[in-house]
Design a protein around this ligand. Structure first.
Ligand code: PMP
Length: 356
């Protein structure tokens, strides 16, 4: 590349790391918090009326039908509205762009979902973080102190948190929402497995936004995220959304799948059951510490041995999990997504072998 082109790039381009996604072809895939049950061709073709989708036309840019369906499914009040994103990753980006102003700060606890920090930095916002306590609970006093010092425009709180898997006290989150002048985005990506939500609290707070995704309940391939907030706030954020960000197929299939809420809920119930079985089995292994989870994944620490060695041994056995050991506070930690019963058994056996 010649120097002229080089000089036109943003000055931090060489410091930005690509989001690493390992090749999972042929692997037992327990790295990305997906639902392990595929829908099956027969089920899929039985209810997805492809002929209803006119792919020669642009999709409905306003996602009207899908928004109405979500509003009634989630009992969203008349005062609130919904913005649809191409996955919640895109919503994080749109929110950050909407608050992109000289001096504005994004605040998060740490460790948390890495995209909050990455996207804040991509769009040129300042980023501040406050460490969780050692048991991964929120350090509310330090959060409030940081709010007073930095006056953040946005606070992202993953509820439950990724990658720690735990869920914070509702009263702590309320304190944060009440202490800040800016918006608070409660990211409920793992709501299907925690069963708790801040949606009811929407009526009490003007600055509260709630984000959700269909990815963790079995529809990761559709890329469908949603953001609930007060009409006037959503209207402003919506100006930064690209006109046709969600394709017709994703919109229509999401609508149809939302009608099959019981089907998705029963899968989530199974995953919760498998998670508890998995945690109980993992706790029998002395060389690891296993943390509680309100999600569809389990974080664990290698007490004797090295996390990256265990990760590599599992990888050779074609089991893909996530190495978290480079994150601050997650020294020697790995994260495994709950799979099918068979996958979980294979993972636990292989983990035991890797540690011996
Ligand atoms: N929020 C959290 C807390 C997540 O863990 C993830 C995915 N890892 C996302 C959002 C992104 O989800 P989506 O697939 O909707 O972009």
């Amino acid at each position: 590349m010649n120097n002229k082109i080089k000089n036109f790039f943003r000055s931090d381009i060489d410091e930005i790391k690509e989001y690493e996604i390992l090749d999972s072809n042929g692997m037992v895939k327990l790295d990305a918090m997906e639902n392990p049950f595929d829908l099956g061709l027969e089920f899929q073709t039985s209810f997805i009326p492809s002929s209803e989708i006119n792919i020669n036309r642009y999709p409905d840019g306003s996602c009207k039908n899908l928004i109405n369906k979500l509003k009634s499914n989630l009992s969203v009040s008349e005062k609130d509205n919904i913005l649809i994103g191409n996955g919640s990753d895109e919503l994080i980006q749109i929110i950050c762009m909407a608050f992109q102003k000289e001096g504005n700060v994004v605040l998060c606890p740490e460790p948390t979902f890495s995209m909050y920090k990455n996207i804040a930095k991509f769009v040129g916002l300042k980023f501040e973080s406050v460490f969780l306590r050692e048991d991964f609970s929120l350090d509310v006093d330090n959060m409030c102190e940081s709010i007073a010092r930095h006056d953040p425009a946005i606070i992202f709180l993953a509820y439950p948190n990724n990658p720690t898997g735990n869920i914070w006290q509702k009263s702590d989150l309320k304190k944060i929402i009440e202490s800040t002048n800016g918006i608070v985005v409660i990211d409920e990506a793992y709501r299907p497995f925690s069963g708790v939500s801040f949606i009811e609290e929407m009526r009490n707070y003007e600055n509260l936004l709630i984000m959700g995704t269909l990815s963790k309940n079995g529809l990761a391939g559709l890329r469908l995220g949603y953001l609930i907030g007060k009409q006037n706030i959503i209207r402003k954020i919506n100006k930064l959304r690209l006109p046709f960000n969600v394709n017709s197929i994703s919109q229509r299939v999401s609508e149809l799948m939302l009608d099959k809420g019981d089907y998705l809920a029963s899968q989530a119930k199974d995953i919760i059951k498998f998670r508890e079985l998995m945690i109980a089995e993992m706790r029998k292994i002395e060389k690891i510490e296993v943390y509680d989870s309100s999600t569809n994944f389990v974080l664990f620490k290698i007490k004797e041995g090295s996390a990256s060695h265990v990760f590599d041994v599992l990888l050779k056995k074609k089991i893909l999990i996530k190495d978290m050991s480079r994150n601050s506070m997650l020294d020697n930690c790995l994260r495994v997504t709950v799979g099918t019963e068979k996958e979980n058994k294979l993972f636990i056996q292989s983990l035991e072998n890797a540690l011996n």
